[in-house]
Design a binder for this molecule. Structure first.
Ligand code: D5M
Ligand code: FE
Ligand code: ZN
Length: 522
């Protein structure tokens, strides 16, 4: 009964426009007459209430004297729990005895679902790099100059200490035959008639060509290069000083010694993306199962939900997309998305960034949603930030980026280094380049700003992307890379190009260990 009763309460609350804390739902479903209790709470809460909280339920139950045990705070003491701590769960029995997780619940014979373990005081959530409202770009040539100068300066500083480097113009004037080094942006990559590679690097003073011989160990790395990424090269100048032969190549990269931070307690985050509400292929059944699961004991440690873009299907994103739309009005898509968000327990913190299907500018960095859309999506009070942004959860930094550049990395790099089947490997490449979307002028549209918001200045503990609709995760130099799948079944376009999406999965990360488990809802 608990899960079913809770699910009924949740759907009753959402149909009336309310979101609810897990514990509030637990208490309602445990009442002698849940329906009557719900009605009393509805009468008691004020019109502008968005989230029905435990206090509301306790106050309503206490006010009617239905709760014989009520204490001054209207709280019902529960065996085995600290009744003075309002955050400690009073929901005690697991709905499914098979679904225990080690923390044996106290069996009271009463009913509950989630049995919230969260103490909101233990939570911390900080946002870094949200550029919403900070956009200064005008699209003028000077902005392009500034953004690339900033990129070269900041990523270059990660390389300059590692080699003895010179500016491009100084290298041209050095005597032939000497050892030389340079830090620059990749300006051009060409193969020569004899099968060697010519990589042109650019810095603030000019450009210089570097020749990678096909039989050298570094030849393999040329296949990983993308235009406009920052790297360093060392080599030997030709006799006429017009070119240098590469001996070593360096990427900004994640230090191998990187030790990720972890949370001080057992707490989890669900990482998802690509919900695509409004598409005929949006999998509402899987979503409902996911949000029902979040209300269960098994999910009691899930206190954060991160959504990495493509909340809705949008309109006019691809040719003929309208033929597969279930909801044709973009605002209505967000309104319905908001209804689905309400099903998420009200005591889970939600952070979201936009993706290429969302109603914000397409060029990256994408600012967070505007006021109108924030108002539409306000029921669960999510934190809405730019794409990309970094959110630090109890010390664990998560770089969230929608992932449009992954298409490009996968298209340009050899299969074994990046593929749709192993999207996390494409993410490794971005980590190595310390930039979420290095290449300018390709598939990924970039908006020039005074500073380059797409740089990974600090090493994240977790890198979370979506977009390619494939689930994959792994570690690169101890950074956990997760691409989170989607909630949309295969579209006609995906069928035509043989993309088989991983739909209806939720990867769950233990923030205390960075271990991942995948929950399947499809
Ligand atoms: O992207 C979902 C994935 O499918 C991503 O890898 C791009 C690709 N995709 C989907 N539709 C198209 C069209 N029409 N052209 C090119 N690539 C496409 P999403 O952002 O959800 O559309
Ligand atoms: Fe998507
Ligand atoms: Zn996308």
């Amino acid at each position: 009964m608990p899960l079913e009763a809770s699910a009924r309460i949740v759907s009753e609350l959402t149909s009336r426009g309310y979101n609810a804390e897990r514990e509030a739902v637990t208490q309602l479903s445990s009442a002698d007459d849940p329906h009557a209790a719900l009605e009393r709470v509805m009468e008691a809460v004020s019109d502008d209430t968005l989230v029905v909280r435990t206090e509301h339920v306790q106050a309503a139950l206490a006010a009617t004297g239905s709760d014989a045990n009520s204490t001054a705070g209207g709280r019902e003491p529960s065996p085995g729990h600290d009744a003075d701590d309002p955050s400690v769960s009073t929901g005690t029995s697991a709905p499914n005895p098979a679904a225990t997780d080690g923390a044996t619940p106290v069996e009271t014979g009463g009913s509950s679902d989630a049995g919230r373990s969260a103490n909101p005081d233990l939570r911390s959530l900080e946002i870094i790099g949200d550029m919403t409202g900070e956009s200064t770009g005008t699209g003028e040539y000077s902005d392009f100059v500034s953004v690339f100068r900033d990129r070269l300066e900041r990523l270059g500083s990660k390389l300059r200490g590692r080699i003895n480097h010179r500016p491009a113009t100084a290298i041209q004037n050095m005597p032939g035959g000497g050892e030389v080094g340079m830090v620059g942006l990749v300006n051009d990559i060409r193969s020569t008639a004899s099968g060697h590679w010519l990589v042109e690097l650019e810095d603030a003073t000019g450009t210089f060509p570097w020749l990678v011989m096909k039989d050298r160990e570094y030849a393999d790395l040329v296949g990983e290069l993308l235009c406009d990424e920052v790297l360093a090269m060392e080599g030997t100048l030709a006799d006429d000083s017009g070119i240098a032969f590469v001996d070593s190549m360096y990427f900004p990269d994640i230090p191998r010694t990187h030790e990720p931070s972890t949370a001080d307690r057992h707490v989890q985050a669900a990482l998802i993306s690509d919900v695509h509400v409004g598409s005929q292929e949006f999998m509402h059944d899987a979503w409902n199962r996911f949000t029902d699961w979040l209300h269960t004991k098994q999910a009691q440690h899930v206190e954060y939900l991160l959504i990495a873009g493509d909340m809705v299907e949008g309109v006019g994103i691809y040719p003929n997309q309208d033929e597969e739309l279930d909801i044709i009005d973009i605002y209505e898509q967000y309104e319905v998305f908001n209804e689905y968000l309400k099903q998420v327990p009200g005591d889970i913190e939600i952070v979201m960034i936009p993706g290429n299907h969302d109603a914000v500018r397409l060029a990256e960095p994408q600012p967070g949603f505007n006021e109108d859309l924030r108002t539409i999506m306000s029921a669960h009070d999510p934190r809405i930030v730019s794409n990309p942004s970094t959110v630090t959860l109890e010390g664990v930094s998560v770089l969230m980026y929608h992932g449009v550049s992954l298409d490009e990395v996968i298209a340009e790099l050899p299969e074994e280094k990046a593929s749709y089947e192993e999207p996390h490997k494409a993410m490794y490449q971005l980590l190595k380049k310390r930039h979420v979307a290095p290449q300018f002028g390709g598939h990924t549209r970039l908006a020039p700003e005074e500073q380059d918001y797409l740089i990974m200045e600090d090493v994240p503990d977790i890198f979370h992307t979506g977009h390619v609709h494939k689930l994959g995760f792994g570690k690169y130099h101890n950074v956990l890379a997760i691409n989170s799948g989607c909630w949309q079944s295969q579209t006609d376009f995906q069928k035509s190009v043989n993309i088989d999406p991983d739909a209806g999965y939720a990867p769950i990360v233990d923030l205390d260990t960075l271990d991942v488990t995948v929950q399947k809802f499809s």
